[in-house]
Design a protein around this ligand. Sequence first.
Ligand code: HEM
Length: 136
Amino acid sequence: LTADQISTVQASFDQVKGDSVGILYAVFKADPSIQAKFSQFAGKDLDSIKGSAEFASHAGKIVGFFSKIVGDLPNISGDVDTFVASHKPRGATHDQLNNFRSAFVSYMKAHTDFAGSESAWGATLDAFFGAVFAKM
Ligand code: HEM
């Protein structure tokens, strides 16, 4: 990852990080099996839970951690270890992680001018998910 790619990704993420609910909604919508892993949301209608305080709280945690990863670039190995330690026991699968990634990219395409940051995001997401897949 180059310094240019890092600043591009950080500036791009700044544009959406305030919409954590919208990002988690896009992820659950793209792969309902991810929502099903959350005991508090399993089996519930996504559009009805979207406005709840509990949904906002979880969305804030997940997007907050994503913000930390983006802020820590390029030194994300500690974040990778934190993620693997918490999510391996939860049984998050490679398919679910790939679906999380593509839902996030679709969200970014819909909410930002993604053309200028697509390759920098590709390199960033390859770095994070590549390191995660090597460990779980
Ligand atoms: C928490 C599942 C991906 C960040 C959780 C929880 C579950 C879960 C079940 C616990 C919720 C609770 O009851 O408190 C999954 C699954 C994933 C996934 C199935 C597969 C795609 C991600 C990704 C990130 C993330 C990609 C961020 C990069 C977090 C954070 C928490 C959390 C920060 C709260 C802290 C913790 O309890 O570890 N996740 N998650 N998750 N997840 Fe995920």
